[in-house]
Design a protein around this ligand. Structure first.
Ligand SMILES: Cc1cc2nc3c(=O)[nH]c(=O)nc-3n(C[C@H](O)[C@H](O)[C@H](O)COP(=O)(O)OP(=O)(O)OC[C@H]3O[C@@H](n4cnc5c(N)ncnc54)[C@H](O)[C@@H]3O)c2cc1C
Length: 429
């Protein structure tokens, strides 16, 4: 195993000349790491090339001012099949969000419980102004329906119907669309228009209905670190950018070349294959701000959904209520993560702070700003989406295979599956 602590040393050293050709993986996000695990399981010792300073890709966590800050708010869904296959959730020390949400409209603040997960909250749910009684019955029906579908059946839709059209067709009212579906799924899909294919909506709803949304104790980057920690024969080179793939030869940014037995491109391939149809990849972006509140926001392990058109905020959550380990010291107060509806100018922090004070009803001097993350390439735009395909479909040309969430749908689950499928395809060469 190449221990992560050694990686920077390896990168500054002169690389040894390879005596035999290896499987080479370009990109050390979860797709590339799962590809490496799959190749190792088949007895190989691949080489993984990562352009940044550490593996993890879009799953990175910083330690700032005594807090763990994920680079963009994201959650791990325990029900994802690839999560069950590859991750040890106990070792990750995952901590769960409470099901349901807390809705903030312009005039009201109310809890929205999920009676399927918390039957004791049935009355609260029935009385909640999140939607009409009809909406609640339909939501329960839809929940039961998606739970009975297989993942493949969730994606079995050749119409590419948008989520919003699906919701209207299903008979939901504007009230529940605006108060629940738009902020909740807009936050997951990173687009407020809910134009993401309904196939993905059904799948994600199924995952929420059957499992939990959790955070690893050490932050979201603990996920790729756990995967990398299991690699025993993979050589990882960080700060190592691939600039071209020419047949079965890889060109690096220092001008050197590497031969490969087969290549798995586990990143958006447009940069390496500019002639590819459908590229350059189109991306959805997000902006995430962290605040510290002097006053503790107690017992709020819920996702807060903002259904107020005048607010810059889409969702927020009190991270240390869900995951106390996000506070590195035992300081008082709360760590609040805020996700915005759009990615505004960088001088908008004051406006976000005002909106957050309004939604939390905290006193004016309660909040201090910690950090802002703008993530321009957060989720790939994928349409149509897919759950999986035969491993041979990963093949781009000759001995080059593609992995990454852009191959299937924008999720951690898809990224991991695409890595496994690309490796399985490469192993057939
Ligand atoms: C803010 C945010 C919120 C999200 N929320 C969720 C969520 O709640 N649930 C969920 O399931 N998913 C979520 N996702 C999506 C999930 O994080 C991604 O689907 C997944 O991490 C993608 O993994 P990947 O390996 O396909 O790509 P990446 O993580 O992008 O990895 C690609 C890697 O390739 C490297 N690379 C690129 N070009 C080169 C090159 N030329 N040479 C060498 N290396 C290169 C990159 O540095 C990177 O490390 C979210 C993502 C973001 C950013």
């Amino acid at each position: 195993m190449v221990c992560l602590g050694l990686v920077s040393h390896l990168c500054s050293a002169k690389y040894p000349v390879l005596t035999d050709t290896k499987f080479v993986i370009v990109g050390g996000g979860v797709a590339g790491l799962v590809a490496a695990l799959t190749l190792e399981a088949a007895g190989h010792a691949p080489l993984l090339l990562e352009s940044s300073d550490e593996v993890g890709g879009r799953l990175r966590t910083d330690e700032v001012d005594g807090f763990r800050l994920d680079r963009g708010f994201q959650v791990l869904l325990t029900e994802y099949p690839e999560v069950k296959r590859y991750l040890d959730l106990e070792a990750l020390g995952v901590q769960a969000f409470r099901p349901g949400g807390h809705v903030h409209t312009r005039q009201q603040h109310f809890r929205f419980a999920d009676p399927l997960r918390e039957p004791a909250q049935l009355f609260r749910s029935l009385l909640s102004p999140v939607g009409t009684l009809n909406d609640k019955i339909r939501l329960a029906q839809l929940g039961f329906k998606v739970m009975r579908l297989t993942p493949e059946e969730c994606f079995d839709d050749h119409t590419s119907q948008a989520t919003l059209d699906f919701l209207w067709e299903y008979g939901f009212s504007e009230q529940i669309v605006e108060r629940f579906f738009r902020p909740f799924f807009g936050g997951i899909f990173l687009e407020q228009q809910l134009q993401t294919p309904a196939a993905l909506f059904r799948y994600i709803l199924k995952m929420f209905a059957q499992g939990k949304a959790v955070l690893p104790a050490d932050g979201i980057q603990a996920i790729p670190r756990q995967l990398a920690g299991r690699l025993e024969r993979t050589e990882i080179r960080t700060n190592c950018r691939v600039t071209a793939v020419e047949g079965d030869v890889i060109r690096l940014d220092d001008g050197s070349t590497l031969p490969a037995r087969a290549i798995i491109v586990a990143c958006a391939p447009g940069e390496l294959f500019p002639q590819l149809a459908g590229y350059p990849q189109r991306w959805k972006s997000t902006t995430n701000l962290y605040f510290y509140s002097k006053r503790r926001q107690k017992e709020n392990r819920l996702i807060n959904l903002v259904s107020d058109p005048t607010s810059t905020i889409n969702t927020f959550c009190v991270l240390d209520e869900v995951a106390p380990t996000y506070k590195l010291n035992q300081q008082g107060g709360s760590l609040i993560s805020v996700s915005l509806k759009e990615c505004p100018e960088s001088d908008s922090v004051a406006q976000v702070e005002q909106d957050l004070l309004r939604h939390t009803r905290l006193p004016n001097d309660a909040l201090s700003f910690i950090r802002r993350y703008d993530v321009p390439h957060a989720l790939p735009e994928v349409n149509p989406v897919a759950y999986q395909y035969d491993a041979t479909h990963s093949r781009l040309i000759d001995r080059v295979f593609l992995a990454g969430d852009q191959q299937l749908n924008g999720s951690l689950d898809a990224a991991m599956r695409s890595g496994r499928l690309a490796a399985e395809g490469a192993l057939r060469t």
